[in-house]
Design a protein around this ligand. Structure first.
Ligand code: FES
Length: 83
């Protein structure tokens, strides 16, 4: 059984398995939509799941445009989506 850590998604605390990729954790928490395209407002979320498409961009600990699918969760991580 893996240890769990607390992350904050849009200000809300969640317990997730340590080391899980953030994109997978967000999806499991019901966040299929992570952002919207600037021009059309079309929803985006996990697509390739391997760091290629940039559809999963979120803000992590103040760092804009981070790919959720390649970031392991860390204790205290603060994530802001663009839903
Ligand atoms: S889902 Fe494609 S880069 Fe993250």
């Amino acid at each position: 059984m893996s240890a769990h850590v607390t992350i904050f998604v849009d200000g809300e605390a969640h317990e997730v398995p340590e080391g899980l990729l953030l994109g997978h954790a967000l999806h499991a928490l019901g966040n299929a939509r992570l952002r919207r395209t600037p021009r059309s407002g079309a929803p985006r979320g996990l697509f390739c799941g391997m760091g290629v498409c940039f559809d999963c961009l979120v803000e992590i600990d103040g760092r804009a445009a981070a790919r959720a699918c390649v970031e392991p969760v860390r204790a205290g991580m603060r994530v802001r989506t663009g839903r």
